[in-house]
Design a binder for this molecule. Structure first.
Ligand code: S3P
Length: 170
């Protein structure tokens, strides 16, 4: 079974992917980590040294590589992955996709604590985050909403999320 988790930064894609893959006893793949390992650089350094366009090209290549060569996995993609190139179509044609949907407020509270590793928000002040996320989500939601399933994550812990996925979506 091929499961692809998507959603905005801070929606818990990597954490849920790890737990879900353990639960289902399949491989967990994190697209950012996959790219980072291939480039021998952190995602932040790729953005800084090579630029976002370079990152988006590598992201598209890496996604294609994984989707066309691997089987039986839970894949966590990056927050922007579904919104560039033909990535969302590729995702839709290769597995069950699940949008982990958080409210602007939930995402803001989480991202305030985790800005540093994220090049798109690391230079923002906390008071700028809410508006940034609101605008960004408005642009990205149409892509995220193409997922096979949408799961609201506000006020839910990872066990509840895993339970909903395994009982309703697979
Ligand atoms: C990005 C999200 C990041 C990472 C990169 C760009 C985005 O992944 O791919 O910093 O465009 O939203 P996470 O969603 O895992 O933070």
């Amino acid at each position: 079974m091929e499961i692809i988790l998507l959603g905005y930064m801070g929606s818990g894609k990597s954490t849920i992917a790890k737990k879900l893959s353990q639960h289902l006893n399949v491989e967990m793949i994190d697209l950012d980590t996959y790219i980072s390992n291939k480039e021998n650089l952190s995602v932040s350094s790729i953005f800084k040294d090579k630029g976002e366009i370079y990152f988006r090209k590598r992201e598209n290549q890496a996604l294609k590589e994984i989707l066309t060569t691997k089987k039986n996995y839970v894949l966590a993609v990056g927050g922007g992955t579904p919104c560039y190139a033909n990535n969302m179509d590729l995702i839709s044609s290769h597995g069950v996709s699940i949008y982990l949907k958080g409210s602007i407020q939930t995402l803001k509270s989480r991202l305030e604590l985790e800005k540093e590793s994220r090049p798109l928000i690391q230079n923002l002040e906390n008071h700028q985050l809410l508006e940034f996320i609101a605008k960004h989500l408005f642009e990205r939601n149409p892509f995220y909403e193409k997922a096979t399933h949408t799961l609201k994550i506000d006020d839910k812990d990872s066990d509840e999320i895993i339970k909903e996925i395994t009982s309703d979506m697979l």
